[in-house]
Design a protein around this ligand. Structure first.
Ligand SMILES: O=C(O)[C@H]1NCC[C@@H]1O
Length: 346
């Protein structure tokens, strides 16, 4: 089949590979993006945010994307041994960690030749420098293709448990706050008479967004090593099944500007494992399954090592999942297009 003929356009052609992990999209930019200035990944991330945010908007917002779109800009990394640097983007801005995207990037790195497949198998290590720090992924091979990916994230920890917050319309409630490369508030959906798997997404989003807004107002977060991580990324509503079980526990993550994760949320699973370990509900190397309330997709997670983060006890968590390719596109723009930099409906 002949290559697709590009339409008339102005400016760069942005070539992307589209994937999904558990239903959550990942748009990886292959070429056409500006090379960000800066001596570190975090500086490059700030440059992209402050000087080239048109790129995020064009790639993720309508008409080329949608309200719940997610993407990755690959940037040079100064991290020793890193195979690639990742700047995670969503429809409100930039995040510090994205487990579902790490799972996709693991496959992408092997399949696109960034990391040669380890001859001896079974896994090919792929080291990904994320804004929260280095993440070590291990890419399996299945039938001559890359397959499931597991990753060891940055040190994960519980910041606070049983934090009381006043949520307008819902009264006083108690949340837990934990970090898995990003900070999340955790609360059972049952507290609102909802079920993460069967309630309307709109109802779950409204509740989670209200909790996020209240925690942001009433609770000051701190990260022991990096102030840039000290913000509440979202709220994860759970089914309340925090005690160890071989049965999956379900959750749904509402992050950034009421964006809904279709996957079980890799950084959320990381934080949830840290929370369950902190509460003595699971032991090291006990694997739990986490089901997305949105799509029933499943990640597994386990704490594999105790560590510290600054003065806090922490654990290294391993998360596993599977990503799939959905397409490859070239995006262009025309200067006359008044909507060329994207939009979202109110
Ligand atoms: O899997 C994750 O960690 C990401 N998915 C969307 C929200 C998080 O960044």
């Amino acid at each position: 089949m002949s290559a697709v003929k590009l339409p008339p356009h102005d400016g760069p052609v942005l070539s992307v590979v589209d994937m999904h992990t558990g239903g959550e999209p990942v748009r990886i930019v292959l070429s056409g993006a500006p090379v960000p200035e800066g001596g570190s990944l975090l500086e490059r991330r700030r440059w992209l945010r402050d000087k080239a945010d048109w790129l995020r908007r064009l790639l993720l917002l309508e008409p080329r994307g949608h309200r719940d779109m997610y993407g990755v800009l690959l940037v040079p990394s100064e991290e020793p041994g890193a195979h690639l640097g990742a700047v995670f983007i969503h429809t409100e801005g930039y995040s510090t960690m994205c487990g579902h995207a790490v799972i996709a990037l693991g496959r992408f790195a092997v399949d696109y030749g960034i990391v040669p497949r380890a001859p001896g198998g079974p896994d090919t290590p792929v080291r990904i420098h994320c804004p929260c720090g280095p993440v070590q992924a291990y890419v399996s091979t299945s039938g001559g293709r890359s397959g499931a990916v597991r990753f060891h994230s940055v040190p994960a920890f519980t910041l606070a448990t049983d934090v009381s917050v006043e949520v307008p319309g819902y009264g006083k409630l108690v949340v837990d706050i934990a970090y898995g490369g990003a900070f999340y508030a955790f609360v059972s959906a049952e507290r609102f008479g909802l079920d993460v798997c069967t309630s309307k997404t709109r109802d779950l989003v409204d509740v989670a967004a209200a909790v996020t807004a209240s925690v942001k107002e009433q609770v000051k977060l701190a990260h022991p090593e990096n102030d840039e991580m000290a913000f509440l990324y979202g709220t994860i509503l759970t089914d309340g099944n925090d005690g160890y079980s071989e049965q999956p526990t379900a959750n749904i993550c509402v992050f950034a500007d009421s964006q809904v994760d279709r996957s079980p949320t890799g950084s959320g699973v990381t934080a949830r494992i840290a929370l369950q370990y902190h509460k003595g509900l699971i032991q090291l190397d006990q694997t739990r399954s986490f089901r997305s309330g949105a799509t029933d997709s499943v990640f597994t997670g386990k704490a594999v090592k105790e560590t510290t983060c600054g003065n806090l006890k922490a654990v290294i968590v391993e998360v596993s999942g599977q990503a799939f390719y959905t397409g490859a596109s070239s995006f262009v723009l025309e200067n006359e297009d008044t909507l060329k930099n994207g939009f979202l409906l109110k």
